[in-house]
Design a protein around this ligand. Structure first.
Ligand SMILES: [Zn+2]
Length: 329
């Protein structure tokens, strides 16, 4: 699961700068190399909206990704290639976003998912810059609620100095995942990735949560963490995975966490994510929550969906369709 996206962009920029240098020649070439026209990473990495009285901000932690096959393990080859091409996506790499959500309610700032940091490739770890962009520091976060303990959801819990990245925050993690991945020595042979990736994956989990292990709050999915933030049991992807429902008055937002990785392969097509530990349980959780979102027209946030990951699920004859929400200013 090497992330090639950033490499490709940098290569493209270098090539562009090189071409400009050739065209301009001499001294101006040096300026062209030093100052690309469109600086990489110049777009906003945060997106604000409201759920009733609750202020919500998607904060991107950047990108991960890998071979599309991993995220659509049961797709026939030609159909998978065709679906990606029709979505104007590369056929050899699927980019996944890391859409953490900050909610501000009852005087508390609560971050839903910590993000990957550098645990899944070099293009994660932008959460802190995006927090700073909205005027906040990690010390402003009162709680971090994790849906499941995979590295792309817990990576940022460990600071660069090995301590707690969010010094004041209470960390909430699902008990069944903690038992399986953190206290246990999990057999990850079900994951369709090379052995050394599995080893790094297992190590990254333990290393990421180590600074918060002493006083982590373990929750049972189904409990309300604070008024306005409910966890919903959605096991299958991992033993303890939860979905989240943010609610205020009649407004709701359903966070589908890792029920689906990318709408092109797991919503618009119903292919199965390879890393699901219990595929049947994952499928039934996906259907139950997708049906609820579609029937009640609940806005949805997909953690790995294209940024900012907010939209709705439409029920179709064949399954579901992803309908991104219009950008709010
Ligand atoms: Zn994930």
């Amino acid at each position: 699961m090497h992330d090639l996206t950033g490499y490709r962009r940098r290569t493209a920029l270098t090539a562009l700068a090189g071409a400009t240098a050739l065209l301009c020649g001499g001294g101006s070439a040096r300026r062209a190399v030093a100052q690309p026209v469109v600086p990489f990473g110049g777009s906003a990495g945060h997106y604000r909206f409201r759920v009733g009285e609750i202020a919500a901000t998607v904060l991107s932690d950047g990108l991960i990704g890998g071979p599309p096959r991993i995220y659509a393990i049961d797709a026939p080859d030609s159909e998978l290639q065709d679906a990606l091409r029709r979505a104007f996506l590369p056929t050899d790499h699927l980019t996944l976003n890391l859409n953490t959500l900050l909610i501000e309610t009852g005087g508390r700032r609560i971050l839903l998912e910590a993000g990957a940091g550098q645990t899944m490739g070099p293009n994660g770890g932008r959460l802190f810059a995006n927090l700073a962009a909205i005027g906040l520091t990690p010390a402003d976060i009162d709680a971090v609620v994790i849906s499941h303990t995979h590295p792309d959801h817990v990576g940022n819990l460990r600071g660069a100095d090995g301590g707690r990245a969010f010094p004041r925050a209470t960390i909430f993690a699902p008990r069944a995942d903690w038992e399986f991945f953190v206290r246990g020595d999990p057999d990850l042979s079900y994951m369709p990735v090379p052995d050394d990736f599995r080893r790094r994956f297992a190590t990254a989990i333990k290393r990421s949560v180590q600074p918060v292990a002493r006083d982590v709050e373990l929750y049972e999915a189904g409990t309300e963490i604070v008024p306005g933030l409910a966890t919903i049991a959605a096991p299958g992807h991992t033993p303890g995975m939860a979905a989240f429902l943010v609610h205020s008055g009649t407004d709701q937002l359903l966070l589908t966490t890792d029920l689906a990785y990318h709408p092109v392969v797991n919503v618009d097509r119903s292919w199965r994510p390879g890393p699901d530990r219990d595929p049947d349980a994952a499928l039934s959780a996906r259907r139950r929550l997708f049906d609820r979102a579609a029937a009640d027209r609940i806005p949805v946030l997909g953690f790995h969906f294209p940024f900012p990951g907010v939209g709705r699920l439409l029920k179709t004859d064949a399954g579901y369709a992803w309908v991104p929400a219009a950008w709010q200013f």
